[in-house]
Ligand binder design. Structure first.
Ligand code: PMP
Length: 389
């Protein structure tokens, strides 16, 4: 059997080279994505060669930065909106408005999907966030409201404000447009979409064989959904939280209690919350999405900013991978976890997530790292030395 496309090519003088055959054969089968929504998910699973060689394990990463909105939040935003449509809370192409309090990727994903389905996205964010974030949202046609940073108990805190704005619009006598609060932290459509898509994709892409899954948690939707799915079939899988400095989740996983990582502030006796430049993961409260899968998480690994920065640089130098801060945290956690378990040279398979690209982090995380230039001098031992000091 010789496929038609190939027969045609073979009968001409331009005989394809072996390496071009897969592209030619693919022409036999239609493969068309239906709009922006159709491009979400089914991201590749990539072997990170440098880390795999160093550890003698197979380190695989789900390349979520390849979603059209640049992160796994595309999956979440789409499922939140589709569920709201099914429940009649949003009507496509009606001008209804989707409200969210977010400083990160979820706003970008919502802005994309809202435009594709005829809604307006209204994003509330603290005014201390970089301008590049709000300008991207504005370019995507979202309304951006920057508010003075405030505590979660304050009614003007950005998440509370987004919720209030949604109710305000729905109750307004001047318009028929409805307001919908996406609520990524508490809306369980979040972990369910990872249970229904990310988890099964990983299981299939791995040929049903993996030994550990390592991921950070922001809302907790990714780790809960993926681990809940995988553990149905792989009860011995090690589920590991990668937690940046300052986050309280590590203590919740290890000791069952939520206490924040504190440090002595220099020159005072006051203990203060540890800050981090890592964005998107690390939190000091337990959300519904984290709680959903929390008891299935077996272990947690702390990662410092310094380690994450060196890892991001290392991945550029060795693999040409340009990642954001949470992806770098995940990769450091993979190394620390494998070493802690004594899994080196065991050929075990560890899966993690590359959440977003470094290009979303130019003004903060990558500004601290600087230019890589023509160097190949970062080593894993150096990354681990930083933690030892
Ligand atoms: N990385 C980045 C860059 C993110 O924006 C987020 C989401 N806040 C995460 C990781 C964590 O995902 P989740 O909310 O599913 O825990």
């Amino acid at each position: 059997f010789v496929p038609i496309a190939l027969q045609n090519l073979l009968s001409t003088s331009s005989i394809p080279t072996l390496s071009s055959l897969p592209t030619i054969l693919a022409h036999d089968k239609e493969d068309i994505k239906n709009g922006l929504e159709g491009c979400i998910g089914n991201t590749p699973l990539v072997r990170i060669r440098s880390l795999s060689e160093y550890l003698g394990c197979e380190v695989l990463a789900k390349a979520e930065f390849l979603n059209p909105g640049g992160s796994p939040k595309d999956r979440v935003a789409l499922s939140i909106i589709l569920k709201a449509e099914e429940e009649g809370r949003l009507r496509p192409f009606s001008g209804d408005k989707v409200f969210e309090g977010t400083v990160g990727s979820t706003g970008v994903s919502l802005a994309h999907i809202c435009r594709a389905r005829g809604y307006l996205a209204h994003i509330c964010m603290p005014s201390d966030q970089s301008l590049e974030k709000s300008s991207l949202l504005l370019k995507l046609g979202a309304v951006v409201e920057r508010v003075t940073p405030a505590s979660i108990v304050d009614k003007n805190q950005f998440v509370n404000l987004a919720k209030a704005r949604a109710t305000e619009l729905t109750n307004s006598p001047d318009t028929t447009a409805r307001g919908f609060f996406a609520d990524q932290f508490e809306n369980e459509a979040n972990w369910k979409t990872h249970f229904e898509t990310t988890g099964p994709e990983i299981y299939r892409q791995c040929g049903k064989q993996l030994d550990a899954f390592v991921a950070g948690a922001g809302t907790g939707g990714t780790i809960s959904g993926v681990v809940m799915y995988l553990k149905q079939y792989l009860p011995n899988l090690a589920a590991v939280l990668a937690d940046p400095q300052g986050s309280g989740l590590l203590n919740k996983v290890k000791y069952g209690v939520m206490f924040n990582e504190m440090t002595e502030r220099e020159g005072t006796r006051r203990r203060a919350q540890v800050d981090s430049i890592v964005e998107g993961i690390g939190i000091n409260r337990v959300t519904a999405n984290f709680e959903a899968g929390r008891t299935l998480i077996d272990d947690a690994v702390r990662v410092t900013d310094e380690e994450a920065c060196l890892m991001a640089r290392y991945l550029v130098e060795q693999d040409g991978l340009f990642v954001g801060s949470s992806s770098a945290v995940n990769c450091v956690a993979v190394i620390k976890f494998v070493k802690e378990r004594g899994w080196q040279n065991s050929n075990k398979r560890i899966v993690t997530i590359l959440c977003d690209s470094g290009s979303r982090h130019l003004s903060k995380f990558w500004a601290k790292i600087g230019d890589v230039g023509g160097k190949w001098d970062t080593t894993i031992d150096q990354i681990l030395d930083v933690s030892a000091n």
